[in-house]
Ligand binder design. Structure first.
Ligand code: UDX
Length: 427
């Protein structure tokens, strides 16, 4: 089948590469000429395991092409996937890129097409968007919503082996065509109207943060009552009705989706006269967890961090990515610097991204260099490679043997045996 994907961002490129891999002819439209030129050479402007290789493979098979020209992409197209960004503006999803892309699609269509919204948009957006597109075309268009549920670092795995494929459309014919397009992919199918599909996306991206904030609140109580949050959440998660995932207590959630979508759903609720109390508490708890961690740093630094050298291990919002969006490290470092701490920081891949947003910090590629002379080690992002750190060596480098573990990542017993003071979250 012939597809056009609008937007060569994270979602767009993954979508395009996967449909090309399933044997379709896919044309990606991107307005940034520089990006297009790089993509044509098989160069990808972000890191995601496997994506570059898949794109390069399908440039050769000619299943995947790139253009800046809507006219070229709309020629004979059966499906158009809108995958442009919906950033937050005044706590709401900014739909200007979606509308602008939809207009260009409509103006250049030559034959009937199904226009699929992959971007995360408020439920009901399709009704206004369809009216808007009809102003610019006489072709028969049908709108549908097929949300993505990709995790950064696991985007290809999530796309090729999805647990569910949500197809939101108003017409049976459109549903059937979309079912056929996704035929080779596994996973349960959820067929619903567009508004439900869009609500599924928001509700999913709000429910997972709810689980995280819940676990974080329990972690505070665990600290008070001498319980261990890891044991507690394991015990809780073994109940099949609850499930074990997204119950890891720590520093809370960051990234490009959860904070944005939680805020958007709170705001959407307000717009229709409803206060989404649970989500407001989820957001508040997520912020509080940072202050909770910082308090622990104060406690372990003798009540003040002024003039102390604190080493932050891990900067990106989670391991496996250089993405700094809503990274917990940003807020923690800001608070500690304000209190007069000297910060040294390290990360396996995110230093250059971090430098763009965090100032006044000494960045070190080498974790041992970062830890030299430190009064405390602050584990912020749980990169697997930090498990291999040689704490015998670190013992000789640090000024004070203090570890404050924001992700319950290190082995307390091992560190205490070596003479370190260890502070985790809820354990
Ligand atoms: C998330 C969703 O998982 C994905 O389905 C959606 O499409 C986009 O948003 P992503 O942002 O890549 O994906 O990261 P994810 O792995 O879900 O983690 C999000 C944040 O939650 C991270 O900051 C992580 O550290 C935190 N987290 C996750 C916890 O604090 N505890 C947990 O138990 C799980």
């Amino acid at each position: 089948m012939q597809l056009a994907v609008i937007g060569a961002g994270y979602v767009g490129l993954v979508t395009a590469a996967v449909f090309a891999d399933l044997g379709n002819k896919v044309m990606v439209v991107e307005i940034d000429g520089e990006k297009i030129e790089k993509l044509k050479q098989g160069e990808v402007h972000f890191y995601e395991p496997g994506i570059k290789e898949l794109i390069q493979k399908h440039i050769i098979t000619k299943n995947l092409q790139f253009t800046g020209d809507y006219k070229e992409a709309m020629w004979g197209v059966e499906f158009v996937f809108i995958c442009v960004g919906t950033p937050t503006k005044n706590k709401k999803a900014d739909l200007s890129y979606v509308y602008s892309a939809a207009k260009s699609v409509a103006e250049n269509l030559k034959s009937p097409a199904i226009v699929v919204i992959k971007s995360t948009v408020p439920p009901g957006t399709n009704i206004e968007l369809e009216k808007w597109m009809r102003k610019f075309t006489k072709c028969n268009i049908s709108l549908a919503s097929v949300p993505e549920f990709l995790r950064e670092g696991k985007a290809l795995e999530d796309s090729l082996h999805p647990h569910r494929i949500v197809i939101g459309a108003e017409k049976k014919k459109v549903v059937n065509k979309l079912l056929a397009l996704h035929e080779k992919l596994p996973g349960e199918r959820v067929i619903c109207n567009c508004a439900s599909a869009q609500m599924i996306k928001y509700a999913s991206n709000a429910f997972l943060p709810t689980k995280i904030s819940f676990a974080n609140s329990v972690s505070v109580l665990c600290d008070k009552f001498g319980a261990n949050v890891e044991d507690v959440m394991r015990g809780v998660g073994l109940d099949k009705r609850i499930g074990p995932d997204f119950l890891s207590a720590g520093l809370g959630y960051g990234g490009s989706c959860f904070p944005k979508d939680v805020a958007a759903l709170i705001s959407l609720s307000k717009d229709v006269g409803y206060t989404f109390d649970i989500l407001q508490a989820v957001e508040k708890t997520n912020k509080k967890q940072i202050s909770y961690f910082v308090k622990k740093v104060f406690k372990r630094c003798g009540g003040s961090v002024k003039g102390k050298t604190l080493t932050v291990l891990g900067l990106s919002f989670k391991p496996g990515t250089s993405d700094m969006r809503e990274a917990r490290s940003f807020y923690i470092i800001k608070k500690l610097r304000r209190e007069g701490a000297k910060i040294k920081a390290t990360d396996p891949v995110a230093i250059s991204e971090a430098k763009k947003v965090i100032k006044g910090v000494k960045f070190c590629e080498d974790p041992y260099e970062a830890l030299s002379g430190a009064n405390a080690l602050l584990l912020v992002t749980e990169w697997e490679e930090y498990q291999k750190l040689d704490f015998d060596k670190i013992k000789k480098l640090m000024h004070n043997l203090v570890v404050i573990d924001g992700r319950n990542f290190f082995d307390r017993k091992k560190l205490e045996k070596l003479g370190f003071t260890y502070e985790g979250i809820g354990k």
